[in-house]
Design a protein around this ligand. Structure first.
Ligand code: S5P
Length: 454
């Protein structure tokens, strides 16, 4: 059976219809596609399974799944034809008995190809993939029988997945038009309808401090943030002198210094002016609003006087942002939405709640600190940002690795390819034999990957 024959048959059995159909969302659609009943037509079911098997036979995967209900019998047939194991996820949670919601055998790290009948938007596919990934199954590719979406491919791509489709809505319209089964006016109506479903893009309203860092990145042609975690002023300025020309921003932990005094801040500001970089104190505020306000604006460090950016944990809730930033200008925070250290207690729900709070206070959140185990993992994380906030990634070295205290490193390229706007590098630079060369190497590698990503 060819694709064209398959489409002709679908039209004959009423699986593709044109008219007026009220969708679950309340929208009135000029067409309707429903593949549920093809199980009643063995030839049709077999035909589509052959077409799919042919399409995917050279792709890289260990197991197959179909999204219940409609795609499951199709996927079972495809799996059988290619002699690949099939797994599937229950649609309903099991109320009793053993085992999780995934049925069938798999090993952690198995690559699973996901078959579905249709795609309208990518949302439910992304949900499915995330559920499998939680169980240790890797998902990269989706194959759908009919792509009736306006932007499903782009949506999945933004989340790090690839969409392959057997037949597109455009193919169907063209074929049925040629066979004079629909009018030109109908074709136009359907096209306009699918275009109107195109989700509006996230509104672009970057926080002024987001914009400031973005501009500095372009101006200095660098997305390197140096984390200068050393204990004496002498060492601090010696390293800064060697690295300053390469960095867009300097990250401090001012409370590490044993000989801090007011001259330190004056000198730091001089360097920032001369070498054109921004200042970021990684204080990781985490207390109630009233306390952080004092910690930030008072004490011996007076952080709010000199640090343009700080880091914030939202564990205490949104009040911390008001406590920190209310009444101040040109100051913003980077929220720790994920951490680089092994076994850290941040989970998906916590990350999501950080995004929700940031959405409510866009004026105070310039971006997020994040990390991830792979390029895809990071890009999916970034895709969930509520706006145009920036992603800064610490735990970066030239090679993957760990330290003895649980720090986990990913490479410069993985961080940038995943979506990092800046990388944060500490020991990779300040412990190098030649600090200048190390800083330049990180800067060049990050910039190259950043420009190639565009
Ligand atoms: O999750 C995080 C968040 C931060 S801000 N993991 C981190 O490592 N950091 C900071 O980045 C950490 O406090 C340190 O200052 C820097 C990483 O240093 P490195 O020496 O491991 O590169």
């Amino acid at each position: 059976m060819t694709k064209e024959q398959f489409v002709t048959e679908l039209e004959k059995i009423g699986a593709i219809k044109f008219g007026k159909f009220t969708l679950k969302s309340g929208l009135v659609s000029p067409f309707y596609i429903d593949l549920r009943e093809i199980t009643s037509y063995p030839e049709l079911l077999n035909g589509v399974a052959n077409l799919l098997a042919e399409k995917i036979k050279d792709m890289d995967f260990d197991i197959i799944t179909g999204i219940p209900y409609t795609a499951l019998p199709i996927a079972a047939l495809v799996a059988n034809k290619l002699q690949k194991p099939l797994i599937y996820k229950r649609k309903e949670e099991k109320a009793y008995g053993t085992g999780g919601s995934i049925v069938g055998k798999f090993q952690k790290g198995d690559k699973c190809l996901v078959i579905d009948d249709l795609i309208t938007t990518g949302a439910s596919k992304i949900e499915t993939a995330e559920a499998y990934e939680k169980a240790g199954v890797e998902v990269e590719d989706f194959v759908v029988v009919i792509d009736r979406s306006a932007n499903g491919t782009e949506e999945l791509e933004q989340h790090g997945y690839k969409l392959h489709s057997l037949i597109s809505l455009v193919d169907i319209l063209q074929q049925l038009r040629e066979q004079e089964l629909i009018t030109a006016a109908k074709v136009k109506e359907v096209e306009e309808f699918t275009q109107s479903l195109n989700k509006p893009k996230k509104s672009r309203q970057p926080n002024a401090m987001t914009q400031k860092l973005l501009e500095k990145i372009e101006e200095k042609r660098s997305n390197l943030i140096l984390s200068l975690d050393v204990e004496t002023k002498a060492e601090f300025f010696q390293i800064l002198e060697a690295a300053a020309s390469e960095i867009v921003m300097l990250k401090t932990h001012v409370d590490i210094l044993t000989d801090f005094d007011d001259n330190f801040i004056a000198k730091l500001r001089e360097y920032a002016r001369e070498y054109n970089f921004l200042i970021f104190e990684d204080r990781k505020f985490a207390d109630i609003g009233n306390t952080v306000r004092k910690q930030y604006r008072s004490g011996i460090y007076h952080i709010s006087n000199w640090a343009e950016y700080i880091t914030v944990h939202l564990v205490a809730g949104a009040g911390i942002l008001t406590g920190l930033f209310e009444g101040l200008e040109n100051r913003a925070g980077f929220v720790l939405a994920r951490m680089s250290s092994k076994g850290n207690l941040i989970n998906e729900t916590y990350t999501r709640r950080c995004f929700e709070i940031a959405k409510k206070y866009p004026q105070w959140v310039a971006g997020f600190i994040g990390h991830g185990h792979s390029v895809n993992d990071i890009s999916r994380f970034k895709a969930k940002f509520p706006g145009e906030q920036l992603l800064l990634i610490p735990g970066v070295k030239l090679e993957k690795g760990t330290d003895k205290l649980g720090q986990q490193y990913i490479t410069v390229e993985d961080a940038i390819n995943g979506g990092a706007d800046c990388i944060i590098v500490g020991r990779g630079i300040y412990q190098a034999d030649d600090v200048h060369i190390a800083a330049k190497t990180y800067r060049d590698r990050a910039w190259k990957a950043y420009k190639e990503r565009e």
